[in-house]
Design a protein around this ligand. Structure first.
Ligand SMILES: Nc1nc2c(ncn2[C@@H]2O[C@H](COP(=O)(O)OP(=O)(O)OP(=O)(O)O)[C@@H](O)[C@H]2O)c(=O)[nH]1
Ligand SMILES: [Mg+2]
Ligand SMILES: [Zn+2]
Length: 308
């Protein structure tokens, strides 16, 4: 790195707005130079375009040509990414927090599984946040917790109505560098961030009575600071994440199948765990029908498979 670059400020892209990138600079000593947050509206040096570098939310960048008065700057360099989540698109993610409501919208095994599969594909360990637990009884909640445990996942049950689970969640997010809240529309991702960070003031809206689904209120990814050095991303909800896997690796994306496959081996090395003789996968597991259906869909699809 040459001397010139040391003078530049380092920061994180917290949002994309039209052709601009909003960068929050790391240096807290500069807070006086900004009226509130250390945020700058940035364009990018054209050399980055020539290098084919696409900058996304979560990217760590260096800015120069800083105009403190108008809060403008130019991005001159992007640090290599440590990870990248494709949808929602966020760079340098260290925790994917999948938000699932126990009701309004209803808990749907296939939908929850699709979200979990996106994290598994990106090789990022997901944390499930079970939201709106004020809407169900304690015994029903225990059923959900046990269900997820059988799939191989821990969860943090929360409610913004009675603040249950909120302290635990804050503690977890403050220990994490960059958490992404992902999940279907209407499960309460933005409401949760507003509850955790009252200054965030993100617009939220009610679940549609008629469709019993969210109304796609959040349209863009945005990062918020939650404690020193920790960020949390609000993202637009989407209802049916795509499964990107080859049929031969698909089973390894399910922790409960992985567990069985490490204990014993199927008779055939290329077993797809359908009706092959000597298959060790327990067909009574709750998510087996989902696995089987998705596998058939994958095999019958004429699209080329993408091997991860
Ligand atoms: N009962 C109950 N309602 C909640 C809770 N959290 C959020 N909600 C409600 O759920 C609705 C949807 O919340 P949002 O925060 O807009 O949901 P979202 O996940 O951000 O939705 P998108 O932006 O569309 O992806 C709002 O009416 C919230 O008041 C909760 O803990 N309990
Ligand atoms: Mg939202
Ligand atoms: Zn098998």
């Amino acid at each position: 790195m040459n001397k010139n670059k040391i003078k530049n400020l380092r920061g994180t892209v917290v949002a994309l707005k039209a052709n601009f990138l909003i960068v929050e600079v790391d240096n807290e000593d500069l807070v006086d130079k900004f009226s509130e947050k250390n945020r700058l509206l940035c364009t990018r040096r054209s050399k980055l375009d020539y290098q084919g570098l696409f900058i996304d939310v979560g990217d760590v960048v260096f800015v120069d040509s800083i105009d403190y008065k108008n809060k403008r700057a130019v991005i001159s360099e992007v640090e290599p990414r440590k990870s990248f989540l494709k949808r929602p698109a966020v760079a340098n993610v260290t925790l994917v927090s999948i938000c699932i409501s126990v009701d309004e919208p209803v808990f749907d095994v296939a939908q929850v599984s699709r979200f979990l599969l996106t994290a598994e594909c990106a090789q990022i360990k997901p944390l499930i946040v079970l939201t709106k637990i004020d809407l169900i009884t304690k015994s029903d909640l225990l059923l959900y917790i046990n269900k997820l445990k059988c799939w191989g996942y821990d969860c943090i049950p929360v409610s913004i109505q009675n603040s249950q689970g909120i302290d635990l969640l804050i503690e977890r997010f403050r220990k994490t560098k960059l958490t992404v809240l992902a999940g279907p529309s209407g499960v309460g991702k933005s409401s949760l961030i507003n509850h955790l960070i009252p200054t965030a003031s993100i617009p939220t809206s009610c679940v549609s009575r008629k469709l019993k689904r969210g109304t796609h209120t959040t349209r863009h990814v945005e990062l918020f600071a939650i404690g020193k050095g920790s960020l949390i991303a609000d993202t637009p909800g989407f209802n049916r994440p795509e499964i990107v896997s080859a049929p031969s690796c698909f089973a390894s994306l399910f922790p409960e199948f992985r567990r069985q496959l490490t204990k014993s081996k199927c008779k055939f090395r290329n077993c797809l765990h359908r009706d092959e003789p000597g298959c060790v996968i327990d067909k009574d597991l709750e998510r087996y029908p989902f696995y089987r259906e998705s596998l058939e869909e994958m095999i019958n699809s004429h699209l080329p498979y993408q091997v991860d």
